[in-house]
Design a protein around this ligand. Sequence first.
Ligand SMILES: Cc1ncc(COP(=O)(O)O)c(C=O)c1O
Length: 369
Amino acid sequence: MEGDPISSLCSPAMVVDVDKVKRNAEKMRERWSNLGVTLRPHMKTHKTIECGDIMTAGSRRCIVVSTLAEACFYADHGYDDILYAYSVPFDKVEQCAVLAERLSLFQVLLDHRDALDQLRKRPLTRGLWHVWLKLDCANGRAGVLHSEPEALRLAQAIFESEGVELTGVYAHCGNTYSCKGVEQIHSVAQETTTLVLQFMEKLKAVGITCKSSIGSTPSCSQPISDMAKLSEVHPGNYVFYDVQQSVIGSCSLEDVAVRVLSRVIGHCPHRNQLLIDCGWTALSLDGAGKLPTGFAVIEGHPELRLLSMTQEHGRVEPLLGQLDYSQYPLGTLLTIIPYHACATAMMHPVYYIHSAGRLVGKWIPTRGW
Ligand SMILES: Cc1ncc(COP(=O)(O)O)c(C=O)c1O
């Protein structure tokens, strides 16, 4: 298969342009190295060793993961300095402890006193629990609200706990995903950075110093100068990018490294539609109602919209007028640029890797929680 064109693959299939992946990774690395901030790339988008190696430039150090399954997978492949950036789940404390005792640096995150109690109940036989406090700086998901007095009190409690170290403060600016354009990204990035830096000052005032980390692909692709005052950033999606990121303003559509290959499998002139072999099991339903071209962008076919999907079928219609079926004989290959690469990648047990359209290998992701 190596050396064959991607068109030789059975569809649906997810293909990854390794040259774009390397370029995206290199640009992000260079940007943050110039700003003097540690880049701790997130593995959640692809969950593969090969792509992790590209993002860490082969160091296999200093990564973020979102599941314990990822943490174990990377640890089993010689990765270290892993931050499990998910409010530490009580059912997984023992497995976290085993990882913490095994690796030189395994770090966890929490946003509640009960989680701290769970860690204290399971002292490590070797070293300390390295804990990041998750702060909610207007993202509105996990994290103790930055304005709550409990945020400072919890930081102090972590700092003062025996067997536990307050490693840093982690805020995720996922609210950059509702931005359109660089100006809006800058405004969310500024708000999050300012709130985190103010919190760091409050910590300093009570004698505590530790690291700070914010980030998302939009804010780390279009940073503001104050982000240089942070210790770390933690973006992940940037290695693939997707249509969503191009709409937000993180990248251009040319930077997107992933595609789903699909073929025309039916003509439905009575509905003015084509059927393709890409259902939601190949693309995910993420992006519904967000784009004029439907669930995704069909590369080279701005006249087409991916209207809807069932498990294994997609319905495609023209944006305007009647379909000319002679342009799309059964078997025609359509290349789909996903709306959300993280969601699409989750649908595929294998990614086919190519360089300039020629297959160069396969990456197998880890799955589960
Ligand atoms: C906690 C956390 N950190 C980092 C990231 C990486 O951000 P992005 O996917 O925008 O690169 C995510 C993404 O969802 C996240 O949830």
